[in-house]
Design a protein around this ligand. Structure first.
Ligand code: HEM
Length: 410
């Protein structure tokens, strides 16, 4: 590994090579907490052990999410990126974080999410039918991106015709470093344009819901109050943004990475086919294996000792969930993909203060799709190598060309 640690954060490295698992294994073994200053980046501590990520994530008073939530190049960090002009729950600290998070928590409780299952099954059946008819295609575009998008749009109460806008805008946001999703050579201009489009769309949605309330999450947030006052516009529109975008990009990457894992591990696919009751544990193993959110960062609010190193106030720590999810001290044979892994205390959804609000929804979406797809899937093979997204923040397969043999509905 180079001394600079560029492989850990450079989006183009991820596009070409996938996740830097060899580097993380070396770090976990020899320097589990290590300072890096890659060219063009502000320095950061790479946190690669499961226990350390838990320790840091559970102390939001000592490790803040506000100043620097991801490790981007200095130029991008300073630029007018969408993150700098939004105020979402993911980059708030307590007490505001708890106040704002609690507004949407009831919607994401298992009892509420269970009510979406019928819509999920309907979506999964329809997508598998389409796969059966076409026999070949890009699994990301045809299935993985559509299933979570429909469900989050449904939860939000957005009309179906708006889904392509949400999909395109999310691709541009998470794919900001990926040439496929850039609209111009000027990425700052791209981000500003995107921010304006998102804001205008969310503002229209909020105004409509205020005038004409519905039984959906968009209405709940449009009418929510903090300290007896409506949520300020910036926080409201940011809430829409985080739930809508975090709600499908990540799940899409889990689904496409999961499909790839099943193709690459035919014994595990056979195991799942023989016992589809394993779909729930397979869904969790897919999240561990793919770790769609590669990292989030925190900023130390005080000096802090960890593993004999001193993290100084103001320094950043990068929490590499994907490394923690291969930690040999926590997982038996961490480099084996096992659909029946149990226990599976992965950190794919983070942990502590900011534990993923949509974890129950994401797990159910993946499980339901597996339950519909796997029993009907006789075979699947790649027709070209998968293409990966250029991002060190959210990792994923952006195109997965597959040929499959799928049976009709039973
Ligand atoms: C496989 C799919 C998913 C993965 C891997 C994932 C991963 C994560 C991770 C790692 C965090 C922690 C952020 C931090 O510690 O700073 C997080 C937070 C969050 N996720 Fe997810 N997520 C997924 C699906 C979803 C879905 C379906 C939704 C919503 C519908 C969602 C909404 C959120 C929100 C709102 C937060 C911020 C929570 C907070 O700051 O309190 N996620 N997610």
């Amino acid at each position: 590994m180079s001394d600079l640690g560029l492989e850990l954060v450079d989006p183009h490295y991820y596009a070409e090579n996938g996740y830097p698992h060899a580097q993380w294994s070396e770090l976990r073994a020899n320097a589990p907490l290590r300072w890096f200053e890659p060219d063009g980046y502000q320095g950061f501590w790479a946190v690669t052990k499961h226990a350390d990520i838990c320790e840091i994530s559970k102390q939001p008073d000592k490790f803040s999410s506000e100043p620097r939530l991801t490790i981007l190049t200095e130029a991008r960090q300073k630029a007018n990126s969408i993150g700098n002009v939004m105020r979402t729950i993911v980059n708030m600290d307590p007490p505001d974080h708890r106040t704002y998070r609690s507004l949407a928590t009831p919607w994401f409780k298992p009892t509420n999410i269970k009510m979406l299952e019928e819509r999920m099954v309907e979506s999964a059946k329809e997508l598998v039918d389409k796969m059966a008819a076409s026999r070949e295609g890009d699994f990301v575009a045809d299935v993985a991106s559509l299933h979570p998008l429909r469900l989050i749009a449904h939860l939000f109460g957005l009309p179906e015709e708006d889904e392509p806008f949400v999909l395109d805008a999310t691709n541009r946001m998470f794919g900001a470093e990926d040439p496929e999703f850039q609209r111009s050579a000027d990425r700052d201009e791209d981000m500003e344009q995107l921010r304006r489009e998102f804001f205008a769309y969310f503002k229209k949605t909020a105004d409509e819901r205020r005038a004409n309330p519905q039984e959906d999450l968009a209405s709940l947030l449009a009418h929510a109050e903090v300290d007896g006052q409506p949520i300020p516009e910036l926080e409201l529109l940011s809430y829409y943004l985080i739930v809508l975008t975090a709600g499908h990009e990540t799940t899409r990457n889990a689904i496409s990475g999961g499909m790839l894992a099943l193709i690459e591990h035919p014994d595990e696919l056979a195991k799942l086919r023989a016992n589809v009751g394993l779909a729930a544990s397979a869904a969790d193993e897919i999240v561990r294996w793919t770790s769609p959110v590669n990292h989030f960062a925190r900023t130390a609010m005080c000096d802090y000792e960890l593993r004999g190193e001193k993290i100084r106030k103001g320094e950043s720590v990068a929490l590499f969930y994907s490394s923690a999810n291969r930690d040999e001290e926590v997982f038996e044979d961490p480099f084996q993909f096992r659909v029946d892994r149990d226990p599976n205390p992965h950190l794919g959804f983070g942990i502590g203060e900011h534990f993923c609000l949509g974890a129950t929804l994401a797990r159910m979406e993946i499980r339901v799709l597996l339950e519909e797809l796997v029993p009907r899937l006789d075979s699947a093979e790649l027709t070209a190598p998968p293409e990966r997204l250029a991002s060190s923040f959210v990792g994923g397969v952006k195109h997965l060309p597959i040929r499959y043999a799928i049976r009709g509905r039973a």
